[in-house]
Design a protein around this ligand. Sequence first.
Ligand code: FMN
Length: 304
Amino acid sequence: MKPNLQFEIGGVSFKNPVMTASGTFGYGEEFEKIIDLDTLGGIVTKSITLKERPGHPSPRTYETSAGMLNAIGLANVGIERFIDEKIPFLKKLKTVIIVNVAGSTMAEYVEVCRLLEKAGGFAMIELNVSCPNVDKGGMEFGTDPESMIKLITAVREVTTKPIIVKLSPNVTSIVSMAQAAKDGGAVAVSMINTLVGMAVDIETWKPGLTNITGGLSGPAIKPVAIAMVHKVFRAVDIPIIGIGGISNWRDAVEYHLVGARGLQVGTANFIDPDASMKIIKGISGYMKNQKISSLYDLIGKVRL
Ligand SMILES: Cc1cc2nc3c(=O)[nH]c(=O)nc-3n(C[C@H](O)[C@H](O)[C@H](O)COP(=O)(O)O)c2cc1C
């Protein structure tokens, strides 16, 4: 029997748990010729802001042991061009389209979501309240529970789409932030965004990134993310989308066992654009071997 990888979040049905993470998969179309996009569980777009942003000057990525640092600075086409140029392509796909929204003020988030609501052509919104690489990246919304609740409440007034809040690991209590996401009315949390990091080139004595610090991602952050997902799963009753260093199906299964319902693959896309496809097949193969018929029989089943 073929294992059932389907699941649901906020009334949206996913064919499998593997989505591509924001900022690592462009606007989807860049990968059209490389993989079958319709096979994915979902696609999360690059963070969209009200105005087009060029982002930081290069170097804005830097390789580290078992990971990478980035300080892209939310480079994106802005909401107008996103609606005109990117949504027509995305809405033809047979996968769940999640638009990641960022801003520096509450008004900016609200306006982007209002314009998205008018345009349609996607299933869910993911609020990036956690970009560590810009001066004003909505970071206070990701670190202060009250501000987060206010933000979600304001966004909910202008959208009918279910809202996912993407949590930052750069906080004292990730559980309080997940609870705030739930209290504000989010249907799920996705976690984690990158961890603040820095590297120095010992030949030039200069930081590896022009922005000096950046966000650490890749296999190096997986154990941190696994511990955070585990904590939130046990403390807050809200669906979790696990993110952080997922490179193969074994990583994916580990995330499910600590409580992740959905998954997002980020840095691995740069190493192998086919990574998500292999992970989908791998999870299915694992479930078959283990005689697990439904994904739900894996979620949160870690034996403590
Ligand atoms: C180059 C790069 C750009 C990113 N851009 C965004 C972004 O625009 N918005 C966002 O919410 N997360 C962004 N992220 C964070 C990823 O979506 C993801 O949360 C993080 O990289 C951890 O997953 P990973 O270890 O699988 O890469 C970016 C990550 C990388 C590596």
